[in-house]
Design a protein around this ligand. Structure first.
Ligand SMILES: N=c1c2ncn([C@@H]3O[C@H](COP(=O)(O)OP(=O)(O)OP(=O)(O)O)[C@@H](O)[C@H]3O)c2ncn1[C@@H]1O[C@H](COP(=O)(O)O)[C@@H](O)[C@H]1O
Ligand SMILES: [Mg+2]
Ligand SMILES: [Zn+2]
Length: 133
């Protein structure tokens, strides 16, 4: 029996054909990053077993880790109750999801005085990761 695209049709794509995708670290439950997916990127994510986003700023498919090597290996794909957010459970290669060289993109935290404070360390200098300043 050939599989159909019902699983993709079930998603509530926005007016741009995109859906927000949250990457959550398999095992720790930590939220690593949030980016966007279109139909093709989600299909490729499932088929390849590696996360592929749609970059709005670069307007192209973005195989996470294509420059840095910090790929995300898919362990599970979920949708929320109303099917307008995708959650991908991943193994984060290199332990770095963020292009700032941090584990997670959510490294700034609001403190009691209303300041955003960087609370997580840079694991690797982004210049070393991306080979450019
Ligand atoms: N690596 C990242 C990266 N990692 C995590 N994120 C997060 O992913 C989000 C989506 O990035 P997009 O470029 O798609 O930008 P967007 O949010 O869709 O659109 P804008 O907000 O830029 O308008 C960003 O807002 C970041 O929070 C990253 N955003 C961009 N990059 C760039 O992606 C390129 C490839 O990096 P690797 O995938 O690690 O090889 C490099 O040029 C990196 O600078
Ligand atoms: Mg952004
Ligand atoms: Zn980031």
């Amino acid at each position: 029996m050939t599989e159909n695209d019902d699983w993709l049709d079930a998603i509530k794509w926005d007016a741009q054909g995109l859906v927000p995708a949250i990457a959550q670290e398999w095992g720790t439950g930590k939220i690593l990053m949030m980016a966007w997916m279109n139909r093709e990127s989600l299909r490729l994510t499932r088929e390849s077993g590696h996360v592929v986003y749609w970059s709005r700023s670069r307007a192209k498919l973005w195989h996470k880790g294509e420059e840095s090597g910090n790929q995300q290996v898919v362990r599970a794909i979920r949708i929320d109750c109303d099917a307008d957010v995708v959650l991908i459970e991943v193994e984060q290669k290199g332990g770095i999801a963020c292009h700032t060289g941090r584990h997670s993109c959510f490294y700034r935290k609001l403190d009691a005085t209303g300041q955003w404070v960087e609370v997580d360390p840079v694991i690797k200098d982004p210049k070393a990761i991306y080979g450019r300043p």
